[in-house]
Design a protein around this ligand. Structure first.
Ligand code: C2E
Ligand code: CA
Length: 659
């Protein structure tokens, strides 16, 4: 077996440095014809010079043989250029080895022949032979420069016997010539060795530069992909979605397409999964949701993950509202199939909002905003449905944008006021507390309903500032109430999901001097469940202050009793929707009854909201309800009216007791 490693070391062939070996091989292949040309011309010249003094065998036969050997060697080198692709690496190294061997062999052969010619030549011919051989050999060695061992081996194998022969010949001047040849050969060997080192360094540098370049190319390719791809789901990301939307809108404007529709899908219940099972589980769920979405459509529908649990859908072509609803329902049904999470079956839902491109003025931003509004309004009215943006939404959206602008510039201290709605005990028929409700009288828009401006404040990021102003005002007023009355105050989602905002509330309560035990803070299920861990921390902090916590609008959100039980709640406020059908609907009575019963067993107060009629009160009484709130007792009242209401109620009761 060929001892490749040993000879590689001996010949200075860096067999593990493939780039170097390949570069050497390529250079040699290019210069091989010149090498053999030098050799053949040396043979012809030497034979010619020696023609008259040496025998014909040496000047005709041997040169012909040598030329034949040179031609065969050249030919075998050229066929070696067509290397086998599979064994490319080892083939290159092997060829380099053969080149070193051939150079040595050819050098020895030519030197031996030249020396035999010298033996027959007179002094003048000898000089000519030495000069011719030295010059041509030097030229030939230069052709092998890239493989230093071959160049040096060849040069030494020719020059060393020549120098020895001259030294031993005893002719005057030959000794000096031998020394000169030895010296120049030494210098040439040194230069070749240095060149070899520089050459391999240069190739190494080239390799590094090449590697850096390909690394940079790979990074920039990755960057390009990442800039447009969502790393979690592999879908297009928000940027790619908006780019695509802009392009499609441009096409629609210029008549290149028949139109388009934009959809936004929001997963219902996803945040809860994230909070309860952790983010890695949430990530896996999002991946599966993305996969389900892509599996649903093949063409003319572009899907992207917009962020969080929101996905964007662009549908090309003219579509009717019914088409979009059908398409949205397919999406929602796909999301309703339980997801498997480590053997657990997770039930989610989806809500989709669609907006259609209608006229050239509809920009991509406008379409997106409309789809978002359709989604929001669908989620507000029903869970898991499809909503297509319509004229009603359009006029509502126009109002909202006006509200946002005005609220942004509003002076909260001046323009915001409070009304108070009594919360009444059915047993004692006395007001036990007052719920604080905000009112905004905008100098431009007039009276704006609280659910409209509260949502607007949340949207424009002013809710924490607004809550602080309202709470300060409310506490100022509550200080004037009889001591057995509590104050119930509404918090927004962003009030309980920001620790800075919660600390601000704590400081306002502390600064007011009002007994925290007389304060109830109302939070909605959605606010808590959307960011469970953060909300839980905030509620615990407030609870430690002595404040009571009520879950507002109970029954309209997740209604997940398992999680409700884990919250530090003191009260549940049963939503108005349970009361509306109380009189006609036995089912509604049963639900309300079991809610009231559940509160009793969880040792929580239950306040039934929206009570409007005597019949409702009767039924609630029979169901064991203890506290109610609603127009039946009183509409929300201005501060001094609320005080007068409570005063009058107590005076009436005292008068009744006195009778
Ligand atoms: P909410 O917390 O559920 O407040 C009860 C709403 O029901 C009030 O509407 C109240 O006027 C109304 N209401 C009370 N009794 C009856 C009844 O018997 N029948 C009917 N149909 N309605 C009744 P309002 O004042 O318009 O408030 C709407 C919502 O705005 C509130 O719902 C609350 O979510 C929000 N809100 C009001 N004030 C504030 C506030 O200061 N901060 C925050 N974050 N939200 C507030
Ligand atoms: Ca409330």
């Amino acid at each position: 077996m060929y001892p490749l490693a040993f000879f590689s070391w001996l010949f200075g062939i860096q067999k593990d440095n493939h780039e170097l070996c390949l570069a050497q091989y390529k250079s040699l292949a290019g210069q091989a014809p010149l090498f053999y040309l030098s050799m053949i011309s040396a043979v012809v010249a030497l034979a010619y010079v020696s023609m008259e003094q040496a025998p014909a065998g040496l000047t005709v036969v041997v040169p012909l043989v040598l030329i034949l050997v040179d031609l065969v060697s050249f030919h075998s080198f050229t066929i070696q250029r067509n290397l086998n692709r599979n064994s490319y690496r080892s083939s290159v190294v092997y060829r380099l080895h053969t080149t070193v061997w051939s150079a040595l062999g050819l050098g020895v052969l030519h030197a031996a022949w030249a020396i035999s010619l010298l033996a027959h030549a007179d002094v003048a011919a000898q000089s000519l032979i030495v000069i011719l051989l030295s010059v041509t050999s030097l030229g030939a060695a230069v052709c092998l420069l890239q493989l230093p061992m071959a160049a040096m081996g060849f040069l030494v194998s020719v020059m060393a016997p020549l120098a020895v022969f001259l030294w031993l010949s005893g002719e005057p001047g030959h000794g000096v010539a031998a020394l000169i040849i030895a010296l120049s050969t030494g210098v040439a060997v040194f230069v070749i060795a240095r060149y070899g080192q520089d050459y391999s360094r240069m190739i190494l540098k080239q390799r590094e530069v090449g590697a850096k370049k390909s690394e940079a190319e790979q990074i920039s390719r990755l960057n390009r992909i990442m800039a447009h791809q969502d790393s979690l789901t592999g879908l297009a990301n928000r940027r790619a979605f908006l780019n695509n939307l802009n392009m499609q809108v441009d096409d629609a404007k210029s008549g290149l397409s028949e139109g388009l529709a934009v959809g936004i899908l929001d997963l219902d219940g996803f945040k809860l999964v994230n909070d309860v099972y952790g983010h890695p589980a949430g990530d896996r769920l999002l991946k599966s949701a993305g996969k389900r979405l892509t599996d649903l459509f093949y063409s003319r529908v572009f899907i992207a993950r917009l962020g969080g649990d929101e996905f964007g859908i662009t549908v090309s072509g003219e579509r009717s509202d019914a088409d979009l609803v059908a398409l949205g329902e397919r999406i929602c049904s796909a999301m309703q199939v339980p997801f498997d999470l480590d053997g657990r079956s997770i039930h989610l839902g989806g809500s989709v909002g669609f907006a259609k491109w209608r006229e050239p003025g509809d920009s991509a931003d406008v379409l997106f905003e409309r789809a978002d509004y359709a989604l929001y309004s669908g989620k507000k009215n029903s869970r898991g449905g499809v909503t297509v943006f319509n004229e009603r939404h359009a006029s509502r959206l126009r109002e909202i944008t006006g509200v946002d602008r005005q609220l942004h510039d509003a002076d909260f201290e001046k323009e915001m006021s409070l009304v108070f709605q009594p919360i009444v005990s059915l047993g004692t028929k006395r007001t036990v507390g007052l719920e604080v409700l905000a009112r905004w009288n905008s100098p431009v828009l007039g009276e704006v309903p609280p659910d409209v401006f509260i949502r607007s404040a949340e949207r424009i990021g002013s809710i924490n500032r607004l809550t602080a102003v309202l709470l300060t005002k409310a506490l100022d007023e509550a200080k004037c109430w009889p001591e057995d009355l509590f104050m119930s105050f509404n918090l927004s989602m962003q009030d309980v999901t920001s620790s800075v905002a919660v600390l601000k509330l704590v400081s306002i309560i502390n600064a007011s001097g009002f007994d925290p035990k007389r304060i109830t803070l109302e939070v909605t299920e959605t606010a808590v469940m959307n960011n469970y861990n953060q909300a839980l921390g905030s509620l615990m902090l407030l609870k430690n202050l002595g404040v009571r916590i009520a879950l507002d609008d109970f029954g309209t959100g997740y209604s997940s009793l398992a999680y409700v039980r884990t919250l530090p709640l003191d009260k549940l406020k049963l939503d108005r929707s349970f009361v509306v059908d109380l009189v006609q609907d036995a089912g509604a009575r049963a639900v309300a009854g079991s809610m009231i019963e559940m509160c009793r067993s969880l040792k929580m107060d239950c306040i039934v909201e929206g009570v409007e009629t005597r019949e409702q009160v009767k039924i609630l009484n029979s169901l064991g309800c203890q506290t109610i709130q609603g127009y039946y007792c009183s509409r929300p009242l201005k501060a001094h009216d609320a005080r007068a209401f409570v005063r009058a109620e107590r005076q009436n009761q005292q008068a009744a007791q006195a009778r």
